[in-house]
Design a protein around this ligand. Structure first.
Ligand code: DGL
Length: 264
């Protein structure tokens, strides 16, 4: 069981921002990344539909023998995490945390911006976290309209991307937000565009994926689930979409590894 893979799932390519952190912390583990692709984007679908899609994805990862599953999608986490944990118990399932807490703890201006999909922003999880940590802090939310599509179509570094992210952040920046939470796993890939859009303003973007990867390490250790030291770690990529999409995920992931000076 210990040499079984860790499954990481998202609606598309976005969860690779989490995959990258898990791979960095756990290079000795086999990983299976499932990017749905066929049903992306999830962001404005009804909750029941997202539960059905997430169920189908986790079932696929369980079938592949995963010892732990990461739902590397804020939208699927907000809609389905409790449902999935109940159905697949005792499988450890890690979800995304909206990084509102670190943003609220470090803001100087006491104004925090949150970018996420429509579905995540009206979810219970987000509302509870914002109420708990943002009591005396102004938390301004905005849906990242078109963000997922920009990343999925490889336009994340385009002038169009800069204009699109600037528009979404306009109000929070005008009101003085100095911390902006990336509440969707696709959004870290838009960071260069976001940095261009905020220009010389002192804004820190908060990506929860390193914390999620640390949670994976904790759970493996708590369950004594780490792979053996002589295990040959394999990186696999699967999708519900056509082979060309699966290949696109794999190429994107290999590029990320090369950028962080890992494999290849
Ligand atoms: N990357 C996902 C998230 O974190 C899903 C985005 C989408 O499919 O709309 O929310």
């Amino acid at each position: 069981m210990n040499n079984a893979p860790i499954g990481i799932y998202d609606s598309g390519l976005g969860g690779l921002s989490v995959w990258r952190e898990v791979q960095r912390l756990l290079p000795g583990e086999s990983l299976i990344y499932l990017g749905d692709g066929k049903n992306c984007p999830y962001g404005s679908r009804p909750k029941e539909e997202i539960i059905r899609l997430a169920d189908q994805a986790v079932a696929r990862l369980v079938e592949a023998g995963c010892k732990l599953v990461v739902v590397a999608c804020n939208t699927a986490t907000a809609a389905a995490i409790e449902w999935l944990r109940a159905k697949y118990a005792p499988l450890p399932i890690v979800g995304m945390e909206p990084a509102v807490k670190p943003a609220c703890l470090t803001t100087q201006n006491r104004v925090v911006g949150v970018l996420a999909t429509e579905r995540s922003l009206d979810g219970e999880l987000f509302r509870r976290t914002a109420a708990r940590y943002g009591a005396d802090i102004e938390v301004i939310t905005a849906p990242g309209k078109g963000f997922v599509e920009l990343v999925e179509t490889g336009r994340e570094a385009s002038a169009e991307a800069v204009a699109c992210v600037a528009e979404a952040m306009r109000e929070m920046l005008a009101r003085g937000a100095d911390r902006i939470v990336l509440g969707c796993t696709h959004y870290p890939f838009l960071l260069p565009a976001m940095r261009r859009a905020v220009a010389d303003r002192a804004v820190e973007f908060i990506d929860p994926s390193p914390a999620v990867a640390r949670r994976v390490v904790q759970l493996l250790d708590a369950g004594d689930l780490r792979a053996a030291s002589d295990h040959h770690a394999e990186l696999r990529f699967v999708s519900f979409a056509e082979e060309a999409y699966r290949q696109r995920i794999e190429n994107f992931a290999r590029r990320l590894l090369a950028e962080q000076g890992g494999e290849e």
